[in-house]
Design a protein around this ligand. Structure first.
Ligand code: ARG
Length: 465
């Protein structure tokens, strides 16, 4: 254990348990690149404004670069007694270049140092997830396009559900585009958050700013930020940029969890809609027949961790007085975890969906069952002037009659139809196909094939541009 960088006033060594409890280096070493970039920008600025001499800047910068090279190569010794990434790097710099290393921390505190490191990390993570989300959205749109023509040249038809009860037939492509819309908003949330967090807290110092003539605009620009944060207390004490990131991650995972639930359900033997690729499913150690949708189950399950990370950080932040408190050290692991979880889940779905097979004959047959075209029959009556509520009642009676006798609507007799309403006949019932049903739903945003085709084209050209 070497002397603490903050050890001046302390007469006693830090207790072992405190050392363990306090140290963040086991996880914040992940910020090493950002930490060194932040220090390089800081020291260059100290030179520009004349706080450090040119040779001091050069020595410190070269030392930092050498340390970065060691870290990248895995040759760096991370020490728990050096507490965190910042003091590990600074102590290693002193080991390497001697006492001049101590000048790096002029006009800076670990409070603004960690704030800038973490912002850099979260901003990059946010933009990476925006890109990955866009890639999955693009896969969804391509899948929508692919399923506009099944083997028979017709669009693949899927039962649409409400309450998980068959509701109305839809195009499978329409289903894909629904997820594409969610992912489009998810991408937007990441990009909005990235724009809002694009401010550098470096130079806020401990909390109050600094008497040194620093140039915060220069360091902000050097680090690729749009501007410096406007208030030093806020700069070191706020973590809402991480909360926004975790929130966007959570909403994204909620969407992927719904997708996962549908994937699990539709790939069951009972549904039989979807066949997942062998490469993205797993087997059972006892039941030889099993092919399990683990990826989807894990995505559904991992969404819980991602929500937990958001709730965890909200709870950490809510009771902290301004400005920095050590509580804030707890901001990192959840962010790393949500970032990793979202990245891999997005990548997995982008791989798995194009390799999955939709069984068009099964989905079409399922879409025809459950009186899915009853609304079309009611609309037929209403188009002839029957008030929709009355039409609903008439068709409800026919559904009851058919279900009591185990038949479909189109299996009712001409007599039964006419008795229910004079405007009905067996011929009308015969027109109640799933194809006619989807073709009829041409309202903007509806599932009619020409609407869906146009929506696919619009999405493709937007993704191109
Ligand atoms: N490891 C600390 C963190 O992650 C760095 C900031 C420490 N600042 C302090 N005043 N102790 O938050």
């Amino acid at each position: 254990q070497d002397r603490k960088l903050w050890g001046g006033r302390f007469a006693e060594a830090t207790a072992d348990l405190v050392e363990q409890y306090n140290a963040s280096v086991p996880f914040d070493q992940r910020l090493a690149e950002q930490d060194i970039r932040g220090s390089l920008a800081h020291v260059a600025m100290l030179g520009q404004v004349g706080i450090l001499a040119a040779d001091e800047v050069a020595q410190i910068s070269e030392g930092l670069q050498a340390i970065l090279t060691d870290i990248r190569a895995g040759h760096f010794e991370w020490r728990l007694d050096r507490e965190d990434v910042h003091m590990n790097v600074e102590a290693a710099l002193r080991d390497r270049i001697g006492p001049v290393a101590g000048k790096l921390h002029t006009a800076r505190s670990r409070n603004d140092q960690v704030a800038v490191d973490f912002r850099l990390f979260v901003k990059e993570a946010t933009l990476q997830l925006a890109d990955l989300t866009r890639q999955l959205r693009s896969v969804m749109v391509q899948e929508a396009q692919r399923h506009l023509t099944s083997d028979q040249g017709q669009p693949v038809i899927l039962p649409g559900y409400t309450h998980l009860q068959v509701a109305q037939p839809i195009l499978l492509s329409h289903w894909f585009l629904a997820y594409a819309e969610m992912l489009k908003r998810d991408e937007g949330r990441f990009r909005d958050a990235a724009a809002r967090m694009d401010e550098s807290p470096l130079g806020s110092a401990a909390l109050a700013g600094t008497p040194w003539p620093i140039d915060r605009h220069a360091t902000a620009a050097a680090l690729g930020f749009a501007r410096p944060t406007a208030n030093s207390l806020d700069g070191v004490g706020s973590r809402d940029f991480a909360l926004e990131f975790l929130s966007a991650c959570s909403i994204l995972m909620a969407h992927l969890s719904r997708l996962s639930e549908e994937t699990v359900l539709y790939s069951t033997f009972e549904f039989g809609f979807l066949t997942l690729p062998d490469s993205h499913t797993t087997g059972s150690s006892i039941m030889p027949q099993k092919k399990n949708p683990d990826v989807s189950e894990l995505a559904r399950g991992k969404s819980g961790r991602v929500f937990g990370n958001l709730m965890g950080l909200l709870t950490v932040v809510k009771g902290t007085p301004l400005a920095y408190n050590k509580d804030l050290q707890e901001d990192k692991e959840g962010v790393f975890d949500s970032f990793d979880t979202c990245s891999i889940t997005l990548r997995l779905y982008a791989e798995m969906l194009p390799k999955s097979t939709w069984n068009a004959d099964v989905t079409r047959a399922a879409a025809a069952r459950g009186y899915s075209t009853a609304t079309d029959l009611a609309d037929h009556l209403a188009r002839s002037g029957v008030p929709f509520r009355e039409a609903h009642e008439v068709v409800g009676g026919l559904v009851g009659l058919a279900s009591r006798s185990g038949r479909q609507l189109w299996e009712l007799t001409d007599n039964e139809m006419r008795q229910a309403h004079p405007l009905l006949s067996a011929e009308v019932a015969g027109q109640l196909t799933v194809e006619a049903s989807v073709a009829g739903r041409g309202s903007f945003g509806g599932t009619a094939p020409e609407r869906v085709q146009a929506a696919v084209q619009a999405a493709l050209s937007e993704l191109d541009g």
